[in-house]
Design a binder for this molecule. Sequence first.
Ligand code: BV8
Ligand code: ZN
Length: 251
Amino acid sequence: MPPHTSTDALEEVRARLRAARRAFVLTGAGVSAESGVPTFRGGGQAAVWKGMPFSLISSAEMLERDLPAVWEWFDYRRGVLQDLRPNPAHQVLAAWQDKFDAFTLVTQNIDDLHARAGSRAVLELHGNIWRARCTLCHARTDLRECSNEDERPPACRECGSPMRPDVVLFGEMLPPGVFERAAEAAARCDLCFVIGTSALVYPAMHLPEIALQAGAYTVEINPERTPFSAYCHAALQGRAGEVLKAVASDE
Ligand code: BV8
Ligand code: ZN
């Protein structure tokens, strides 16, 4: 049993899980922490790259100013990711996709670990680190087909223009339609999980707010309290892999 999770709260969440028809899940970096993926705000301070806070190196402004530096940052993260595997949190969520009348998994993560755990139709709000997109014609390429040693920035095979990481940077709009589809599902769900996020980045955090307003039973899973904890019906304090296994254990 996860340390700070009361049995009553866990029992209540299990009962809600059994009764739910339409489930909605939003995940953040914390769901990949047990796979070894560094979080952005682990241990109180924000991630820094070469002296720059991640919200700067991962910004539209930096893309304009120094595209090669942005590639270097994401090449480094691809290097960290390539030997990592989905963890039990990803696996429980993948198993849940056929458990409900409707199930929607939305992630802020760009690490592709939900899909690698078998989750289908994951709504990637902030893009995917294994894809690149042309800065002019928006043609996309899968970076798993080429190595980090290739030219940087890579040239578009269609029009020859420089490619950029196919991720949403701070100050950039989300991919067309993805937020809207997620918001529709949040408005219709009767059970909402918010897992492994510090609940600070928008518009992602509007989604659980929409679910709450729609009357969904809302559960947060996080070892720490967040600005969203007080609004939840249950805040299960623990690591996602352990808590989800415990929640799913009497299935
Ligand atoms: C935009 C991709 C429109 C790149 C990312 C409203 C209010 C305030 C600010 C804004 C607002 N609206 C817009 C903004 C600005 C900004 C924003 O939200 N800023 C924040 C910082 C205040 N939003 C934007 O810029 C968005 N775009 O609004 O466009 C627009 C356009 C033009 C002009 C004006 C407006 C775009 C945001 C997306 C940026 N891209 N990622 C990359 O990855 O580098 S965001 C990135 O950071 C992640 O995707 C994620 O969203 C966020 C990190 O948060 P978390 O995932 O939660 O991770 P974190 O480390 O913070 O926390 C981890 C948590 O896990 C912790 O709580 C920890 O306790 C917990 N944990 C640890 N271990 C475990 C665990 N939990 C469970 N189990 C464990 N084992
Ligand atoms: Zn192009």
